[in-house]
Write a protein of this length. Structure first.
Length: 548
């Protein structure tokens, strides 16, 4: 019997074991009941755990299919975490790793590093394995395992903004069970400098000359001359290009209240905050013709605080994905929207919310304070233009109308709604149910920790749950799945209460209307009502097992 067949047999024993009233831990421990766990020297046995990824291909060599990004890294660590077979190893739980990452400086991209030796069963004829009554028996005179290694190094961010970038191998983000020390740690940042030798906790600075995908390569040499290699990719964006027709200044951050722009008016007992940056037209540092930009739903602000997400630099320099460096050919061929705004003298005021998934009302109160601050600072009498992008269209509309209802002059004569879901947004119920059902699957067998579930081990599942449960998502989603804890796990049902309550308030307020303000809207779409290539309620995808 081959090794793969033996693994499939072991897995099938678990899935066909018919004592359904027992916990998963009891089932898997029943299969391994007669296996001497002390014979595992690494304490990590592949067949005992769950392979969230093809851990075998991440073996310290570079192959065509084993690049590592943060998602791959987290799934590999989760796989190893689930393989803990005896007391000779005790891996930190995945949540604690996320906590470590969140303590690192946002100006430096952390490089997470794992290197674990683990064991897997030899082919059955070599392992001396016997399957009897749905349990594994091993011959005591034969060592049943062969040793494998898993190596993964990945930056915690995938999209980096700006030419100058900083990286660091932080020592508390090196997770391993290696007995030999590292002799040399090398990295090639795909910046033309080739491999360079670095140390843990050293900040590595580089400057990229061009935007685009960069392949990072890592080489680690241990004192016993073992060498492992690994690679990852990042995307560098928003590198300013030399163009004498561009006259915007470098964005300038403005702040108050101890380096954060925090509203003085809380919502549900908490105040929102934002970073505000300004690009002055004519590079004159005079705020006299404000264009206030309110960005949309931003999960990265809570999922990956180290990633700056959508910024003023993104708005100015991108020619896609919401940027204004796009051709409009209005006054002359080749003219961009950025150039037109510059020639008209607009000073762009960009609001970057601390939590881009927070309550729409809470962030709207931040916008109101920003508008009041702009009106107090600007020179001249030119009214404001307020642009709300996607969810930002809801936030901006709420802010402007709320100021009117409170008799506060927003001094705005144009509100632009760019692709904003004023009637609500849609996400497939099936997708929502899938994410929440996966998150509720219990995995107490792994360590015996009561309450451990699949969502705790899967970074993707965790992120999906946080996005779906965020206040703004619940306010916008027309239909949404709620998960209610029960004695057997979770019960899932449709609950649109939060959306309906918000929409009742939102529609009652209406649109801004005072001082002759104009309200215009732009909607992304097919322009001619072209239907999608599937019928309503059609099945788009089916996931399951394939029998051969």
């Amino acid at each position: 019997m081959t090794q793969k067949s033996f693994l499939i047999l072991v897995c099938s024993l678990f899935f066909t074991y018919n004592v359904y009233s027992q916990s998963y831990k009891e089932k898997i421990d029943h299969i391994f009941e007669h296996v001497d766990r002390t014979t595992s020297q690494t304490g990590l046995v592949k067949e005992y755990g769950i392979r969230f990824n093809e851990i075998e291909i991440y073996d310290g060599t570079i192959q065509s299919n084993n690049e590592v990004d943060r998602i791959q890294w987290e799934s590999l660590y989760a796989s190893l975490y689930s393989m803990q077979f005896n007391d000779s190893i005790n891996l930190p739980d995945p949540d604690s790793i996320v906590s470590i990452v969140e303590t690192k400086p946002t100006t430096v991209t952390s490089l997470a590093f794992l290197h674990y030796d683990y064991e897997q069963f030899k082919p059955q004829d070599q392992a001396g394995a016997l399957i009897l009554n749905e349990q594994i028996y091993l011959r005591p005179t034969i060592h049943p395992y062969e040793y494998k290694t898993a190596v993964a190094i990945a930056p915690v961010r995938k999209h980096l903004h700006g030419a100058e970038q900083k990286f660091s191998f932080y020592s508390d983000l090196f997770f391993h069970n290696q007995t030999h020390a590292i002799f040399q740690l090398e990295v090639d940042l795909d910046d033309g400098q080739g491999y360079r030798t670095v140390n843990f906790d050293q900040v590595i600075v580089t400057t990229y000359a061009t935007e685009g995908i960069k392949t990072l390569q890592f080489r680690v040499t241990y004192t016993n001359q073992t060498i492992v290699v690994c690679r990852s990719r990042i995307e560098v964006q928003d590198i300013a290009t030399v163009n004498t027709t561009l006259r915007y200044s470098e964005p300038v951050e403005v702040s108050r209240n101890d380096l954060s722009f925090t509203t003085t008016r809380p919502y549900k007992g908490e105040a929102g905050s934002a970073k505000v940056t300004i690009a002055y037209a004519d590079n004159d540092n005079i705020l006299d013709k404000p264009l206030i930009v309110v960005p949309g739903f931003d999960p990265e602000s809570i999922l990956n605080p180290n990633d700056p997400g959508y910024t003023l630099e993104s708005l100015l320099d991108n020619f896609d994905n919401g940027g204004i460096d796009i051709p409009i050919n209005l006054d002359f061929f080749g003219q961009t929207l950025r150039q037109k705004l510059e020639s008209e003298g607009y000073d762009i005021v960009f609001i970057d919310f601390a939590d881009g998934t927070d309550y729409i009302q809470r962030n709207a109160f931040v916008v109101e304070d920003v508008i009041e601050w702009v009106n107090a600072q600007k020179v001249g009498t030119t009214p404001n233009v307020v642009l709300g992008m996607s969810m930002g269209g809801l936030v901006a509309r709420y802010a402007l109308r709320d100021m009117e209802l409170r008799n506060i002059d927003h001094d705005t004569n144009l509100y632009i709604s760019h692709n904003a879901p004023h009637q609500g947004a849609n996400a497939p119920l099936g997708f929502q149910a899938l994410i929440k059902q996966l998150a509720s699957i219990k995995l107490e067998h792994i360590t015996g920790i009561i309450g451990l579930d699949f969502g705790s081990l899967s970074g993707d599942i965790q992120r999906g749950i946080r996005v779906l449960n965020s206040p703004a998502a619940q306010q916008m989603l027309i239909y949404q799945i709620a998960a209610v804890p029960t004695a057997d796990g979770f019960s899932h049902h449709v609950d649109n209460t939060v959306h309906q309550e918000f929409m009742q308030e939102y529609q009652l307020m209406g649109y801004p209307r005072l001082n002759g303000i104009r309200n215009i809207a732009i909607a992304n779409g097919s322009e001619c009502g072209t239907e999608q290539p599937f019928s309503p309620s059609a099945r788009l995808i089916t996931l399951g097992t394939v029998k051969k």
